[in-house]
Ligand binder design. Structure first.
Ligand code: AHR
Length: 322
């Protein structure tokens, strides 16, 4: 009997949990992510990348809010994250201004803030940890440089229809700066029109359709994102205006999402300037660096490139994640 008890005791202790350590439940990092909207293919890819990286599997509890292109919604979301006491707040800001007060509130609550994609223009840059996104001015300059090369033999006027993204967003401000500076620098370049398409396909279509009802003399469309470009292409099709490699209008577009690269390969878009939306893994890495107490650069730009029809193949496009 004694022998039997001595054999059974360890097993009974194990089953009753006595003498063993309580199971270790891994601590999740609570992240509040305020996304500005779902206005474009780019944005959808960006949200997917963030969600995939800030997953429970990767050690996060993600509180996600879509602001539907309204800054007031973003401010409310951030305040809600503060009330909930998250560990970190990530903001993809709609526009640059209007952030000082809410970022100060986050700082007062000791919650670090990471800015992703577009920038914020605040007096005190200590209000946020870091900003990671695209170098939107370089993107614009790449487009301008390509246009200069393409049009260098041309002496007649170049009429540019400029379709702009959401006013006040870094992607709009800096892509606009690049083309406005270029128009100032070239005697024969002029704007046929500057229209706001709010980075959406429907708005891009509407403003170009209405514009073409009055004016048809355009040589270039400089469109600040692919979705507005798709809308513009539809309006051009309806107006019977040919564009792309074999057409009368050169199309320059920003983002280089799958659909745009396919249109570029087909010769309908002359130049696609890449804007990389895959920030999820980079944000994850930055959060881990922050939690480990490592130094983090104040601004990080991602690498991007441009595409022309001759560079593209179906395999290359299929191999890209967005
Ligand atoms: O801020 C990045 C821009 O926002 C992308 O060019 C655009 O497609 C998106 O809506």
């Amino acid at each position: 009997m004694k022998k039997l008890l001595s054999l059974l005791l360890p097993l009974l202790l194990l089953l009753s949990g006595c003498g063993s350590q309580p199971p270790q439940v891994p601590q999740l990092t609570r992240v509040g992510f305020s996304q500005l909207g779902a206005e474009s293919d780019w944005r959808v890819a960006n949200t997917a990348s963030m969600m995939e990286s800030l997953s429970e599997e990767n050690g996060y509890e993600l509180l996600y809010e879509n602001a539907k292109q309204r800054q007031a919604n973003q401010l409310a979301a951030v305040r809600n994250f503060i009330v909930q006491g998250v560990d970190i707040i990530v903001i993809a800001p709609l526009e640059e201004t209007g952030w000082d007060a809410v970022l100060q509130e986050a700082k007062n609550a000791d919650i670090p803030v990471l800015i992703v994609d577009r920038e914020v223009a605040v007096e005190d840059t200590e209000l946020y940890l870091t900003q990671i996104g695209s170098d939107f001015l370089t993107e614009g300059l790449q487009a301008v440089h390509w246009l200069e090369e393409t049009l260098k033999q041309r002496e007649e006027p170049v009429n540019i229809l400029h379709i702009q993204g959401t006013y006040g967003a870094t992607a709009q401000l800096l892509r606009t700066k690049a083309i406005e500076d270029a128009v100032d620098a070239h005697e024969n370049w002029r704007f046929a029109g500057q229209l706001s398409g709010d980075f959406t396909e429907s708005k891009g279509y509407e403003v170009v359709r209405d514009f073409l009802a009055e004016h048809r003399d355009i040589d270039v469309i400089y469109s600040e994102n692919d979705n507005m470009t798709f809308g513009a292409m539809r309006a051009l099709d309806e107006a019977g205006i040919r564009y792309g490699l074999d057409g009368d209008v050169i199309i320059v577009s920003f983002d280089a999402v799958h659909r745009a690269l396919e249109q570029c390969m087909a010769g309908k878009i002359n130049l696609c300037v890449e804007c990389n939306p895959l920030h999820g893994p980079r944000v994850d890495e930055l959060i881990q660096q922050y939690l480990a107490g490592q130094a983090i650069p104040k601004q990080i730009f991602v690498e991007e490139q441009v595409f022309t029809p001759d560079m593209l193949t179906a395999e290359l496009i299929a191999a890209r994640a967005y």
